[in-house]
Write a protein that binds this ligand. Structure first.
Ligand SMILES: [Zn+2]
Length: 76
C-alpha cells in the first residue's frame, strides 16, 4: 500500500489563534490568488472553522480597502 499523504495542519490552529484580524492585510494576502480571488481550503490547508472566519475577514478587509477585489493591470 502506498504511504498516506502528509496531513495538513491548519496554520491558525497551530498558533492557537481563535480570532482572525481583518486589519492584518499582510497575513490575509497570503490566502488570495494571483488574480486576488480567495484561495480554496484544498490549497491552503486551513480547517473549516478557520476558513469561514478567514472568508469573512477577507471580505471585510476588501470593503475597508485594505485588500483589492481584482488585480489591477496597466494598459500598454
Ligand atoms: Zn484551524
Amino acid at each position: 500500500m502506498p504511504p498516506r499523504p502528509k496531513k495538513f495542519i491548519c496554520t491558525f490552529c497551530r498558533n492557537e489563534q481563535s480570532y482572525i484580524d481583518y486589519k492584518n492585510s499582510k497575513l490575509l494576502s497570503g490566502f488570495i490568488t494571483y488574480y486576488r480571488s480567495m484561495q480554496s481550503r484544498f490549497h491552503t490547508g486551513v480547517c473549516l472553522k478557520h476558513q469561514k472566519q478567514l472568508a469573512n475577514a477577507i471580505k471585510k478587509s476588501r470593503i475597508m480597502a485594505l485588500l483589492p477585489f481584482v488585480r489591477y493591470e496597466k494598459k500598454k
